[in-house]
Design a protein around this ligand. Structure first.
Ligand SMILES: Cc1cc2nc3c(=O)[nH]c(=O)nc-3n(C[C@H](O)[C@H](O)[C@H](O)COP(=O)(O)OP(=O)(O)OC[C@H]3O[C@@H](n4cnc5c(N)ncnc54)[C@H](O)[C@@H]3O)c2cc1C
Length: 471
């Protein structure tokens, strides 16, 4: 059993935990991030709309609204510094019925209360700006400050920055128990490791209730709110520039058409209260409704352009944005209950958690040699055809070899996909999977059948072919 002494132990390597790790890594602190999965960004943060919401719809004055507003102007700088794909796409809320028109007025009022710039557009203005919208659109509200970011690259970039600055990551390290002296946690336990932290941050997303319980901190409940999506190929997706949304009504179910930085479109998500925290199944009848509602807004969408489907699980909780020093444990900061906007608020959440830790006595000496930016990934010259492994996403063999090294090396096909996008393009790995696996096995020198597709037990030898598509 290994023992590790650290200033801060962060539980959870999603976007929230990794943004906190990156922020703390600017100081002379020992930081470790513990995650139950085999890689960063394996749960909610990898299956999300990733709209960098300006907070226009949030409850005015709420912590969520404040953190979204504080994060929003920073995205260009963050994306440039961490080499993360981002686009300030803007949101276009539209109305196609009288009922939805009333909602537009409410939305505009909300945006003004939150001091987020928004303006009403009539049908002619909308058609001029967004020719891809349906002809029955009556009016809209435009929110230019919203954007879209690649949530996986963002989480990985935060993690990589933290790791390069000395933070340690332990994977397959579920926090299962802890020991306290008085009100302070002195040890936390994973099956293979004991960590002795001065402070603990609970950023465990869907698992935050169990972690809080293991720490003897607050009792609360987290449950999954399921969101199903369809992915539309980028060749057609590129024509939709803005996030297109309509209020729920008899005209449709509140789903969106979401451009992503890669050019693909997301259609969705649904909002279904779930019970099983592992249930990421998708359902064809639900997705048929999603497609119908999105096509009603953007009529050029065609079923044959859909390349994949997936389901994300929001961490719904009895209180949202539980970001505070625990009342029961004086060295535990809760950073959880962040249901629907945790990507967009992550920069300011990290700042807030740092302040809470400082107030609790952490101490802060800047690390003079701390990295603040990551090297750009763009190759000096585009790869030649003989070097390309994944033709859909134009990923070279070198890019895959790079993903297998570095401070947070890929340990599965899914982890390679996260770092390079190989296997997640139009063919969903049908063409490139053998070449990706060959490169993986050459580096890891183990038999092909034992290549992990996702978690180590889900190897190529035992995982159904469908597991590749649904990772
Ligand atoms: C359908 C959907 C749409 C969304 N749309 C948006 C959007 O447009 N914009 C936006 O900003 N946000 C959106 N969100 C919300 C956003 O994705 C989340 O708020 C954010 O990803 C939460 O990040 P996290 O780090 O808290 O959680 P996670 O990414 O789930 O990370 C938590 C980590 O904790 C680990 N963990 C759990 N228990 C333990 C344990 N016992 N020990 C060790 N590790 C543990 C998990 O393995 C996981 O890696 C959406 C979410 C969904 C599902």
């Amino acid at each position: 059993m290994r023992t590790l002494d650290v200033d801060v132990a962060i539980v959870g390597a999603g976007v929230v935990g990794c943004s906190i790790a990156a922020r703390l890594s600017a100081a002379r602190l020992t930081v470790c991030v513990l995650d139950r999965c085999h890689d960063v960004c394996e749960e909610t943060s990898k299956a999300t709309s990733a709209i960098t919401d300006s907070g226009w719809e949030s409850h005015p004055g709420s912590l969520e609204a404040q953190l979204l507003k504080a994060s929003n102007p920073r995205w260009e700088e963050i994306a440039e510094r961490l080499d993360v794909p981002f686009r300030r796409a803007g949101t276009q809320l539209i109305a196609r019925s009288r009922e939805q028109l009333r909602h537009l007025d409410q939305a505009l009022g909300h945006a003004h209360l939150n001091r987020v710039a928004a303006r009403r557009l009539d049908a002619a203005e909308l058609r001029a700006l967004c020719p891809y919208l349906a002809s029955d659109v009556l009016a809209g509200v435009e929110v230019p400050a919203d954007g879209v970011v690649d949530p996986i690259r963002l989480t990985l970039a935060y993690a990589e920055l933290a790791a390069r600055n000395g933070a340690r990551f332990a994977f397959r390290a579920p926090v299962i128990a802890a020991r306290a002296t008085g009100k302070r946690i002195v040890e936390i336990y994973t099956p293979a490791m004991t960590v002795r932290p001065r402070f603990v941050v609970n950023a465990a997303g869907l698992g935050a209730d169990a972690v809080s319980r293991a720490l003897g901190a607050e009792e609360f409940v987290v449950w999954p709110r399921r969101g199903q999506y369809l992915v539309v190929d980028r060749e057609v997706g590129r024509e939709v520039e803005r996030v297109v949304a309509q209020p729920p009504s008899e005209m449709g179910g509140g789903v969106m058409v979401i451009p992503t930085p890669s050019g693909a479109l997301l259609l969705g998500p649904t909002a279904e209260e779930g019970r099983e925290k592992e249930d990421r199944s998708t359902h064809s009848e639900v997705l048929a409704d999603v497609f119908r509602d999105c096509q009603a807004m953007v009529p050029s969408l065609r079923r044959e352009h859909v390349i994949a489907s997936f389901c994300g699980l929001r961490a719904a909780s009895d209180r949202t944005y539980r970001i505070e020093l625990s009342e029961r444990r004086s060295n535990v900061v809760q950073a959880c209950g962040i249901r629907s906007t945790g990507v967009a608020s992550a920069p300011a959440v990290a700042d807030l958690v740092r302040e809470l830790l400082l107030d609790a006595g952490l101490g802060w000496t800047p690390r003079p040699d701390a990295l603040e930016r990551l090297p750009r990934r763009v190759a000096a010259a585009p790869p030649g055809p003989e070097e390309i492994v994944c033709a859909c996403e134009r990923v070279s063999a070198d890019a895959i070899r790079n993903a297998l090294g570095g401070p947070l090396p890929a340990r599965s096909v899914a982890a390679i996909a996260k770092r390079t996008r190989a296997t997640v393009g139009r063919c969903q790995g049908n063409e490139c999977l053998p070449a990706v696996v060959r490169l993986f096995t050459a580096a890891a020198s183990h038999p092909t059948w034992s290549t992990p597709v996702t978690e180590p037990a889900a190897t190529l030898g035992v995982a159904a072919a469908s597991a590749v598509g649904s990772r």
